[in-house]
Ligand binder design. Structure first.
Ligand SMILES: [Zn+2]
Length: 217
């Protein structure tokens, strides 16, 4: 089961990937997470990546491909994987195809307004990092962290203008990749403007239809 998840930031594809990863025992691979980890550990790769990240530049294709190749060829990916945040260039998509034959590329669709609504309710505690949502997980006392009593803030990344700009960049960046998988006939679009449990159920139904899982449990 070799899957690629494509979708704008804040759409909730990470949540779905985690749920499927746990249920089917295949790793959820986010290149962003790998880079953050390597930087934190101060590895050779981490130091290389850090130079780009600190300057706000994209990590070059060669480095990203090298990292993904290493991970996908490791024993933990013997049963498959879910790639999240990769590929993000056409070259990466083509190189990926040489490393592993992708079964399905799931495209998570939702309008920018749905995403804005979703992230605009998010509040974080600047002290302990607890995350709340005005709608789904409100703090007991409005605007105050349940854990440590610190006033909650909205991250700058979650401001509507920032979300809108990120969405615009996503559309530009991923258009060629979406087209690439569509032409290959393995692109499947999912309506992501719904609860993650419904999205996961949809994905399982499609995987079952393609014979990649025996049955949606
Ligand atoms: Zn707190």
């Amino acid at each position: 089961m070799k899957l690629v998840f494509i979708g704008p930031p804040g759409i909730g594809k990470g949540t779905c990937a985690k749920a499927l990863s746990q249920k089917y025992g295949i790793p959820h691979i986010s290149t962003g997470d790998i880079f953050r980890e390597e930087i934190a550990k101060g590895t050779e790769l981490g130091l290389k990546v850090k130079q780009y990240v600190e300057k706000g530049l994209l990590v070059p294709d060669e480095i990203v491909i090298e990292v993904v190749k290493k991970v996908l060829q490791s024993p933990m990916c013997s049963k498959g994987f879910i790639l999240d945040g990769f590929p993000r260039t056409l070259r990466q998509a083509e190189e990926l195809e040489k490393i592993a034959k992708i079964d399905v590329a799931f495209l998570f669709n939702a309008s920018v307004d749905v995403i804005i609504e979703r992230v605009s309710g998010r509040l974080v505690c600047p002290k302990c990092g607890a995350i709340y949502n005005i709608k789904w997980r409100p703090p007991k006392k409005p605007g105050i962290c349940d854990v440590c009593g610190t006033p909650l803030i909205r991250r700058k990344d979650d401001e509507p203008e920032v979300v809108r700009e990120r969405y615009r960049i996503y559309e530009q960046t991923f258009a060629p990749i979406i087209e690439y998988y569509r032409r290959k006939g393995i692109l499947v679009e999912v309506d992501a403007a719904r609860d993650s449990s419904l999205i996961v159920a949809d994905i399982e139904r499609i995987l079952a239809e393609k014979g990649l899982i025996t049955k949606a449990l």
